[in-house]
Write a protein that binds this ligand. Structure first.
Ligand code: FES
Ligand SMILES: [Fe+2]
Length: 414
């Protein structure tokens, strides 16, 4: 008689953070555990910008992990994050990506919720002509939408399911907090959105963002036009938990001050390539510190980007072990002049689903997912720049990738 193989359990390699088990990217049980232990565990999850819901009644739908949520601006000026699951039979309450509503009504049997998530109306609660209806002792106050804890930071909205998550400022730590504030120091305006589906596990994209080693190698555009080279002044900041990081660099050239760009003298090392229209990368040192690139990640799945003047936030949404949706929101500041806003929009062509720089990132995770299809028991090697997960002054390192696993392992009990 044949017995099915027991479900393999994952044991972390004895080498520590420098080895990552491939099974973590394809295993259905791991995926389920991540939803419970990480996304519904003690983590802060970005769900949107206050600028996306500026008026009372404005709402947007989003996700914490793969759990659908509603982010809503209520009549008292508060921001609530509610699970988008009707307390009656579990249907999605909000079906739209965004809108404005007086209350939140479920389409299935018309149960109605306030903007704070309280159940305020049950259709036919007293029945029809004295028959049917809910029992007299049915208590509406016990059947609201599940409410998440919410904190906002300079216009960013974060939510958590867990009462144990520390306050957001403590969760981020001072180094990360300072750099979040750097790119959100004025009221924000939304410039646009884009979405893309990637055929890889969500962690492969998060690791890709933290992987400064690949940037000038995979992305030909970066190196060709001298936007990001590992020889530039820069570094990697990793917080004490390991889970958050910032990669930053100062551009060697700035088109506003270096005339060789205007002279058309932008050439690759390997090919005689010239950028005909330098407007694409024309930038302004708007933060006054010369930093032309700041990529920041917050555990588990939130990214903030400053590429020159192109500012954006990205949510990495898990959609099953082998599928991920990436949601980009491009933003600027309310007091941007017309020239700066145009710069941001033009430079936004550098990143995004078809970005000159970032389009390779949309497929390289899929290359890994396909490459490891027959090697669940093997592990990858993450050893550039040492074995730990500390802040470093070089970007020829995988320190922040190891940091991700440093934060991941205790939450997952691995
Ligand atoms: S499932 Fe929402 S009212 Fe029935
Ligand atoms: Fe990349």
């Amino acid at each position: 008689m044949n017995h099915p193989a027991p479900t393999p359990t994952i044991t972390w390699p004895t080498e520590g953070l420098t080895r990552v088990p491939n099974r973590l990217y394809s295993d259905a049980d791991t995926y389920t555990q991540e939803q419970a232990r990480i996304f519904q565990g003690p983590t802060w999850n970005f769900v949107g910008l206050e600028a996306e819901i500026p008026n009372p009644g404005d709402f947007k739908t989003s996700f914490v992990g793969d759990t659908p949520v509603i982010v809503v601006h209520d009549r008292d000026g508060g921001v609530n994050v509610l699970e988008n699951r009707c307390a009656h039979r579990g249907a999605l309450v909000c079906l739209k990506e965004h809108g404005n509503a007086r209350s939140l009504a479920c389409v299935y049997h018309a149960w109605n919720y306030s903007l704070k998530g309280d159940l305020i109306g049950v259709a036919f609660e007293r029945g029809v002509k004295g028959e049917g209806g809910m029992p007299r002792d049915f208590d509406k106050s016990k059947h609201g939408l599940r409410k998440l804890r919410v904190e906002t930071l300079n216009g960013l909205i974060f939510a958590t399911f867990s009462p144990e998550t520390p306050p957001l400022a403590d969760y981020l730590g001072p180094d990360i907090l300072e750099r979040v504030r750097r790119v959100t120091q004025k009221p924000l305006v939304v410039l646009g959105h884009s979405r893309q589906v990637m055929h890889n596990n969500w962690k492969l994209y998060v690791e890709n963002v933290k992987d400064s080693y690949h940037a000038s190698l995979l992305h030909a555009f970066f190196a060709t036009f001298k936007l990001n080279r590992l020889t530039m002044e820069g570094g990697i900041v990793v917080d004490a938990s390991g889970g958050h990081h910032v990669s930053w660099s100062k551009g060697a050239q700035d088109v506003e001050t270096k005339t060789e760009y205007e002279a058309g003298d932008i050439r690759s090392n390997v090919e005689d390539l010239t950028l005909q229209d330098t407007n694409l990368i024309a930038g302004r040192d708007e933060f006054g510190d010369g930093v032309t690139l700041q990529i920041l990640s917050i555990f588990p799945n939130f990214i903030m980007q400053q590429i020159r003047n192109a500012l954006a936030v990205r949510q990495v949404l898990p959609k099953g072990p082998g599928k991920t949706e990436l949601v980009w929101t491009y933003y600027g500041f309310a007091d941007d002049d017309a020239a700066l806003q145009q710069m941001r929009q033009r430079q936004s062509n550098l990143a995004g689903p078809a970005g000159y720089i970032s389009m390779e990132d949309g497929c390289v995770g899929g290359f890994v997912q396909r490459g490891i299809a027959g090697a669940a028991d093997e592990r990858s090697v993450v050893q550039m720049g040492g074995e730990g997960a500390e802040t470093q002054t070089t970007r020829a390192t995988e320190t922040s990738v190891r940091g991700f696993w440093k934060a991941y392992r205790p939450l997952m009990g691995l």
